[in-house]
Design a protein around this ligand. Structure first.
Ligand code: AMP
Length: 251
């Protein structure tokens, strides 16, 4: 459904957006903001966490390899990620652009992504239409959030196993304790949102993902956004950044 409405919107807008890379620690709101960008521009959200969870749920060899690592809140190996990301980015719905949520997460992944995009998106000899060749270069947006706010977001996160709706018991609680407002299902907590795993995920972020922001910062490609504000305010900042980026490139 989401893909169908995304492609309908894409046809309405019809212009190149290019890759949008969202950086930020777990709980910064990358998933929530990605959905707003999908609605606005009709480009797909590519969440590497979701791609991995899908492999785990389907019991693929890759999923079996990733499962224990994810449950500990550690990072899956770069080599494993490259295969998943490359095949997803080659799909037809990524031609006008895409949002990367959760990738790159190491400096090595950031270097790999630049080389991949250079080769497969911007190399005119490898594109099939002039429209693809006009693709915008990536815009890299870093969501900045206060550490205590992050903990509230992560420890309070719950989802409905039936309809997928997201809640936060501290910040956006359901009407009835622990039950979905829409269908009454008992809300669940993601394995890696458990208290003992959260500190591991934040440590992995500090150690491995901060260098990603540094990688883009030294190249003057990083745009920081204050993500401590309301969802709507953060969305307005992000859409402004993307619009300016695409406009500057096409002007
Ligand atoms: P997320 O839903 O983005 O928080 O990702 C959930 C888990 O999937 C992470 O804690 C990692 O174990 C794994 N993962 C997601 N994206 C990546 C990535 N780019 N590199 C390595 N591991 C990843």
């Amino acid at each position: 459904m989401a893909n169908k409405s995304a492609s309908e919107t894409a046809q309405k807008i019809g212009r190149q957006i290019g890759p949008v890379i969202l950086l930020g620690p777990p709980g910064a709101g990358k998933g929530t903001q990605s959905k707003q960008i999908v609605d606005r521009y009709g480009i797909p959200q590519i969440s590497t966490g979701d791609l991995l969870r899908d492999h785990v749920a389907r019991g693929t060899a890759l999923g079996l390899e990733a499962k224990a690592i994810m449950a500990r809140g550690e990072l899956v190996s770069d080599e494993l990620m490259y295969g998943i990301v490359a095949s997803r980015l080659r799909e037809a719905d990524c031609k006008r652009g895409f949002i990367l949520d959760g990738f790159p997460r190491t400096a090595a992944q950031a270097g790999w992504l630049d080389a991949f995009l250079e080769q497969e998106v911007f190399d005119k000899s490898s594109t099939t239409s002039s429209e693809e060749a006009e693709n915008c270069p990536p815009v890299v947006i870093q969501l900045l959030v206060d550490y205590n706010q992050l903990l509230l977001r992560l420890t309070g996160r719950r989802s409905c196993p039936t309809c997928g709706r997201l809640y936060n018991i501290h910040l956006q609680p359901p009407l009835v304790d622990e039950l979905c407002d829409l269908d009454g299902s008992k809300l669940v907590i993601r394995d890696d949102d458990r208290q003992e795993v959260i500190s591991g995920r934040l440590t992995a972020y500090e150690n491995q993902t901060r260098p990603v922001a540094d990688y883009y910062r030294v190249q003057r490609r990083l745009v920081a956004v204050n993500a401590d504000r309301t969802v709507e305010e953060v969305t307005a900042q992000i859409l402004g950044v993307i619009d300016r980026h695409c406009h500057d490139r096409s002007a």
